[in-house]
Design a protein around this ligand. Structure first.
Ligand SMILES: [Fe+2]
Length: 254
């Protein structure tokens, strides 16, 4: 519960690192998984409590829990499997999203291994079943963090800096610019603009997933065929330029 690869470390790690993720998708993912790990902490806490509550002092001694009993009676406490108290030094936050997401992927694999070793230590189906469920969730989290890593790596630094500057010149506030970059849904811009921006993001990231309904909805906003073609041309041409500039690490020249 409170070990280096436990649920407390996982939830605190993700709910802290979420702030410095550069994209809305990565922020949302760390928030969701961090919250889910809190729920897992509750599952583990309930299991440990139920296993200990009816135990006699002799049984606790036989289970190697005399030290825990001396310090905490049968109360729960954030310790590792050997009784060492939780420490925040188990986790990191480097401010570099690539580094942090690699740490998160490693953390999920370590948690998965830990659940496997815990399953090996038990012969109680009522303990093994929830442990199996928790182990499977670590595999899913590992996969989702891998997707977030791809999302963050596609983040285009040159593009964001350049277009933020243009928006500033047009009088758009810093708050709105930040929201457009990190979480379009909460930006104070019109719903029509949000819909167009989401279409442009899809066009530059997953163009094969655009469906007819999305195009029809844009045309219902009043966009013509020519305007749609212009949007796609501008987005994809500039995405290409920006990735080229990022790859060559060209300094900003304005
Ligand atoms: Fe996890």
């Amino acid at each position: 519960m409170g070990g280096p690869d436990g649920e407390l470390a996982a939830s605190l790690r993700y709910l802290n690192q979420r702030y410095t993720m550069p994209t809305g998708k990565a922020k949302a993912l760390l928030t969701d998984i961090g919250t889910e790990e809190m729920a897992h902490l509750e599952v583990i806490a309930a299991m440990v409590y139920q296993l200990m509550r009816g135990a006699s002092v002799e049984q606790l001694k036989a289970a190697g829990l005399a030290g825990h009993y001396a310090d905490h009676d049968k109360a729960l406490f954030y310790v590792d499997a050997n009784g060492n108290p939780f420490t925040v030094t188990y986790i990191q936050a480097k401010g570099d999203p690539i580094t942090d997401l690699h740490e998160d992927m490693a953390a999920e694999q370590k948690a998965r291994s830990t659940y496997e070793w815990l399953i090996n230590l038990s012969d109680d189906p009522c303990v093994i079943d929830p442990l199996r469920f928790l182990r499977e969730r670590e595999v899913v989290h590992f996969q989702r963090f891998g997707e977030a890593l791809m999302d963050v790596q596609e983040y285009c630094k040159y593009c964001v800096i350049a277009h933020s500057m243009f928006l500033r010149k047009l009088g758009v506030s810093e708050e709105v610019i930040n929201k457009i970059v990190s979480d379009i849904d909460s930006a104070s811009i019109s719903e029509d603009r949000k819909q167009i921006l989401k279409f442009t993001i899809k066009s530059s990231t997953v163009p094969n997933e655009i469906i007819d309904k999305e195009v029809t909805e844009l045309m219902n906003l009043g966009l013509t065929d020519a305007q749609l073609v212009e949007i796609v041309s501008v987005v994809d041409l500039f995405t290409s330029f920006n990735k080229f500039l990022d790859t060559l690490q060209v300094d900003l020249d304005f």
